[in-house]
Design a protein around this ligand. Structure first.
Ligand SMILES: Nc1nc2c(ncn2[C@@H]2O[C@@H]3COP(=O)(O)O[C@H]4[C@@H](O)[C@H](n5cnc6c(=O)[nH]c(N)nc65)O[C@@H]4COP(=O)(O)O[C@H]3[C@H]2O)c(=O)[nH]1
Length: 689
């Protein structure tokens, strides 16, 4: 489409000459319009569609530059060529200063030159307009992105900042322009160690893209600091020459905060906010490294709250949780800042005393903690009493790494608990040996049942007056192929802990019943056999039914069977115990209370059970010749107590004649003990019978 030219000039000759030149342009005609009056010209401009204006500067009757300004205001984006006489040349220069694209001398219109220069200015204007649009778009884009952009010239002087960069640096564009980049972009190490190399400067030096290494913070004009992530790239001109660099960076405070928070969560316990196992392990490893350098002996305190489960079960988890938080607070009060209190899980805490000089220091810390825990906790209106058992391990004696030290402290803690809770206990190597033996026994016990390695021995019970055998207590023996005869004190508690006591107890009952039947048929008559029953067996849901089945299967007379139960087993659930015992009693089975006197049962409770025999614990019998004044009185009182309940009283563990005499004197009718016989195998007992 032909370019449309508006000529504003009252001079008809000039107009005609121009029209002629433009219509006959060698590379194609222009569309030409003209206006003699300025007003007409301005109106035509307003209508639009004009590609260039040829303006007569003098316009015959007006001030040329004023006319120019009006045309320029109306046609800001249309190129204007000034028509002027040589006398008006000065004004034409002025108009060019104000935005006109050039001027033509009146009367010298060259048929080729005029159309050529008009086409050039139109083209140039279009290119500039396109460039302006591109620039405007880039500017808007740069200012609306969240990333900050700073560019510098090849001397490292700032020449541009977008809005985000202004905000982050605290510099506005005009103030920053021309300043060295290091003055506007002040970068420092995140740990405050000092300045870091500005990547823009690095890019200018290297001529290739760079980015910050490590965690870097930007220090703004007012001293505010924020972590940033950046990249910088060189700017080349069309010639491939380096002319500057641009750096794009973003505030990563949120990311850093999130990362820090996630790291914290991964290393801390949610409930108490104490370090967790992961962080504790790390700290122990650090403490060990420093101990090797400084000759210290870091210690670990493994704590377990006594009876926490009871509080949790009875008052609810919310109270339990608050108690744990309060405990954590108290523990923190007991230690130095260089130490670490961690929650190991549940009601277990582990404390690392990092800088101990002597093992004794750990004992002092443990005592301090026991004391701190002795004050009751007030939680939700409940006054909660809790104590703690503490196991202590010390580097390097009890372990060379975190895992070993924790394990040793844990083992020691169990021993502290066994010793009666609310106590501390240093680890000893033999504790490990015990743990190993415990495991060995547990696995061997399972095999022993399958391989029938158990046997029953029988300790006779005698009438103390006549010396006749009144019955026997069946005592379990384990004939281990390598260890020889193993006594129950070495394995029975382990069997109880791992549940093996149930099949073991069933075997004992059946074997005892079969033995009673064998003796009966061997001619020694009815022998009363006492069988020990552990707590777990007694509580087992089919204990009674199983016993019944054994009685039927073996054909034993239940009346020759005696079940020995300790006071504590009976007292755990008085109603259930009484019910079960009544069922056995109804079948003729006898009931004996073992270790009588060592529990805390009240006589009124014991009265509720259908008890036939009270077995006075060995410790009382032993106390008879202990030499302490009053011991005899205690024994006679226990015998008296038994008699007042109108039961047969049997003394256990009689080892000498003095004990026998004392017991007889105080009305104890029966007894057993090494003085008469230890437990023997079935054949030897038969001989005694
Ligand atoms: N110092 C001394 N000790 C004497 C004397 N007379 C007897 N003893 C020992 O004292 C223990 C008495 O058994 P217990 O109090 O029922 O205590 C028993 C009982 O609680 C448990 N036990 C034994 N056999 C069985 C069983 O078949 N089942 C269950 N559940 N427990 C059993 O193991 C415990 C220990 O059994 P044993 O090692 O056989 O030890 C037996 C016996 O050998 C004496 O004059 N002096």
């Amino acid at each position: 489409m032909a370019n449309r030219i508006l000529i504003i000039s009252p001079d008809a000759d000039d107009v005609e000459a121009l029209r002629h030149a433009l219509r006959n342009a060698s590379d194609g005609p222009f569309d030409v319009e003209d206006a003699a009056l300025l007003e007409c010209g301005l109106r035509r401009i307003e209508q639009g569609g004009i590609d260039a204006i040829l303006l007569d500067l003098h316009l015959a009757d007006s001030h040329g530059l004023e006319c120019y300004d009006q045309v320029y205001a109306a046609a800001r984006h249309t190129p204007i060529m000034i028509l002027c006489t040589l006398a008006e040349e000065h004004d034409a220069h002025e108009a060019v200063q104000r935005g006109a694209q050039g001027w033509l001398a009146k009367g010298y219109f060259d048929n080729n030159l005029v159309p050529q220069s008009l086409r050039n200015v139109i083209e140039r204007m279009k290119v500039e307009q396109r460039l302006d649009a591109v620039q405007a778009r880039a500017q808007i884009t740069l200012n609306s992105i969240g990333d900050a952009v700073v560019s510098v010239d090849m001397h490292g002087l700032v020449d541009y900042l977008n809005v985000a960069a202004e905000k982050m640096t605290g510099w506005n564009r005009d103030d920053a322009r021309g300043r060295p980049v290091a003055e506007v972009l002040v970068l420092a190490d995140s740990d405050g160690a000092g300045p870091v190399i500005n990547p823009v400067e690095a890019v200018l030096q290297a001529g290739r893209a760079e980015s910050l290494s490590g965690e870097v913070v930007l220090v703004d004009r007012h001293g505010g600091r924020r972590p940033i992530e950046d990249s910088a790239a060189p700017i080349f001109d069309w010639n491939g020459q380096l002319v500057g660099a641009v750096m794009v960076f973003r505030d990563i405070s949120d990311n850093v905060a999130l990362t820090t928070q996630m790291k914290h969560l991964a290393q801390h316990d949610f409930l108490t906010n104490l370090p967790n196992r992961v962080l504790l392990s790390d700290r122990i490893t650090q403490a060990i490294a420093s101990a090797r350098r400084n000759n210290t002996c870091p210690a670990l305190l493994f704590l377990d709250l006594d009876k926490f489960k009871h509080i949790n079960d009875s008052l609810g988890h919310a109270v339990g949780d608050r108690l744990l938080q309060a405990v954590a607070g108290r523990l923190l009060d007991c230690i130095r800042t260089s130490d670490t209190v961690s929650r190991h899980g549940g009601d277990e805490f582990v404390i690392l005393l990092a800088d101990e000089r002597r093992a004794g220091d750990a004992a002092l810390a443990a005592e301090k903690i026991l004391l701190a825990m002795s004050t009751p906790f007030l939680i939700d209106g409940h006054q909660l009493h809790t104590s703690t058992s503490i196991g202590i391990s010390v580097f390097p004696l009890d372990g060379l790494d975190a895992a070993e030290l924790i394990k040793s402290a844990d083992t020691a803690m169990y021993h502290a608990k066994e010793r009666g809770r609310n106590a501390y206990q240093f680890f000893r190597p033999d504790m490990n040996a015990r743990a190993i033996e415990r495991q060995l026994i547990e696995s061997s016990l399972r095999l022993a049942l399958e391989r029938a390695e158990f046997v029953l021995h029988y300790q006779p019970k005698l009438d103390l007056e006549s010396g006749t055998v009144t019955g026997a207590e069946a005592l379990l023996r384990w004939q281990h192929p390598e260890w020889g005869m193993v006594l129950p004190e070495r394995f029975i508690h382990i069997a109880e802990e791992c549940g093996l006591v149930i099949p073991l107890g069933r075997w004992v009952l059946r074997e005892a019943c079969e033995q009673a039947v064998r003796w009966r048929y061997s001619g020694v008559g009815q022998v009363s056999i006492a069988v020990n029953v552990s707590a777990m067996e007694f509580r087992h849901h089919d204990f009674f039914d199983h016993a019944l089945a054994v009685f039927e299967a073996t054909g034993v007379d239940p009346a020759c069977l005696q079940l020995e139960l300790t006071e504590s087993v009976l007292m755990r659930d008085v109603v259930a115990s009484a019910g079960l015992l009544a069922k056995f009693k109804a079948m003729g089975v006898q009931i004996a209370v073992d270790d009588f006197g060592t529990g805390y049962s009240s006589l009124s409770y014991l009265n509720q059970f259908p008890i036939d025999v009270l077995k006075i614990d060995q410790s009382f019998v032993r106390a008879i010749d202990g030499g302490l004044e009053g011991n005899g009185a205690i024994v006679s009182a226990v015998i008296g107590m038994g008699r007042s309940l109108r039961q047969r009283v049997i003394a256990e563990g009689i080892e000498n004649a003095a004990q026998l005499a004392f017991l007889k004197q105080h009305g104890c009718s029966e007894g057993q003990g090494f003085f008469f016989s230890a437990a023997v195998d079935a054949d030897r007992l038969r001989a005694m019978l």
